[in-house]
Structures are given as C-alpha cells and as structure tokens.
Design a protein around this ligand. Sequence first.
Ligand SMILES: [Zn+2]
Length: 126
Amino acid sequence: MHEVSVMADLISAIKRELEEYDVVSVKEVTMIVGKLTNLGAEQLEFAYEVMSKDSILEGSVLVIEEEDITVKCEGCGYEGPVKNMDLGEESHYQIPILSCPECAGAVTILSGRSCCVRSIDIEEGV
Ligand SMILES: [Zn+2]
C-alpha cells in the first residue's frame, strides 16, 4: 500500500517538526492531497491512526483536504480544471484526462500533485 509509506514519511517529518516546540498534545493535522497523487483519503486516515499510536500524535485528528487538478494549456491559454473520463456511476474512481478540455492540446499541470502538511494544531506547554 502506497499510502502507508507516504504516511510513515509524513509522520516522521511531523515529529521532527514538533521537536522544535514544547508540545503538550497535538489536536489536528491538516494535509493537502492532490487528486493526481492517487492516494486514498480513507487509507491515509487509517495509516495515520495506526502509526500515530504511542506517540505525541496519538489521539489527534487527521484532516485531509483534496486538491483539485488544474492545468494550463499552452495552445489556447485555457486555465482550469480537467475533464474526467466517465467510468460510469458505479465506479469510485475518476480518471482525469490530462489534456486541454477546450482544444485537446498539451497542458502544464498547475495543481493536483501536492502531498504536504498544511498545518499542525498543537497545544503548547507553558
Ligand atoms: Zn487548449
């Protein structure tokens, strides 16, 4: 599972970051996950719960904000979301089409690849 290794890296990065502060407890960790990363929010939450046990992060809540995919077309100047391939209503997956929805030209990806921590809500000691 890809999510597990991502979360392991993320959690060790968060712990390193928290060493700088006098942390009593962590309330909430907000992360941004781009839709192009193919990371499942549920799997990430599960991995977080398992891996935060017996650490300063235990009991904190992981909040995942999804980042939409946006692109810029070099040909016609279009800037915005991409179309998704229609896989039918039964499917949970959406497959984005990474070409310009206006002219089908090549595009530059502006967002959707992020996988990062946006904020860590901590309670500091006095
Ligand atoms: Zn275009």
